[in-house]
Write a protein that binds this ligand. Structure first.
Ligand SMILES: [Zn+2]
Length: 203
């Protein structure tokens, strides 16, 4: 899978340094910049990383990175740094994840609880999506529920492929259940679920 991720740098503030550019020798053309790097994922800012200094000549564009700057310039950078704040939006991705991840976990938990309760109380008409193999599914329908067992009727329909093919099969109202009748002991159902053969229950 292709991901766009990396570091982007925001210029927070600048300050003209005394002296001349070492490359083009223009006077008062070198600016000391306070850079705010942040990690992004598909251009969504995730979180900021410590601020860095950089100098740039406004005439020839020559730049010097933090680690190459003299002690005096770094001292000036630390003073300048205090005057600017890290914009909150550089945290947007992290904030979004902090909201989305617990919701996702909660909704997955609710989904599993609901599936377990549907399976524990089978009803005539329930449609079971069965997983026959990797990306290979079929549908069964519950036609009789007894105290100790459940009987289903298989359909002739199978879906081969990903989640889109599966959803198309599940939504297809023309699926008929005229195949083989199969019986399952009630105790077998949870095992069937855990083994992964039973993919989902729809009521
Ligand atoms: Zn220059």
């Amino acid at each position: 899978m292709f991901f766009v991720k990396g570091i982007r740098r925001l210029e927070l503030s600048g300050h003209i340094l005394p002296g001349t550019c070492p490359i083009c020798e223009t006077k008062s053309s070198v600016q000391l910049l306070v850079l705010q790097p942040y990690v992004h994922f598909f251009w969504i800012p995730l979180f900021p990383t410590p601020r860095r200094a950089r100098t740039r000549c406004m005439v020839c564009g020559h730049e010097q990175l933090h680690k190459k700057l003299p002690v005096g310039t770094i001292q000036l950078f630390h003073d300048l740094k205090k005057q600017s704040r890290t914009p909150l939006w550089t945290w947007s991705g992290a904030a979004l994840l902090a909201v989305i991840v617990p919701l996702f976990v909660q909704s997955m938990g609710e989904h599993f609880d609901e599936q377990a309760s549907l399976l524990a109380t089978p009803a005539v008409g329930d449609v079971w999506t069965m997983k026959l193999g990797p990306k290979w599914y079929t549908l069964y329908r519950v036609e009789e529920v007894r105290a100790d067992s459940v009987f289903v009727r298989t359909s002739g329909r199978e879906a081969h492929g990903g989640i889109v093919m599966l959803a198309a099969m599940q939504a297809d109202s023309t699926v008929t259940y005229a195949g083989e009748r199969r019986g399952y002991a009630r105790g077998e159902l949870q095992a069937l679920d855990k083994q992964g053969g039973l993919y989902s229950v729809d009521r």
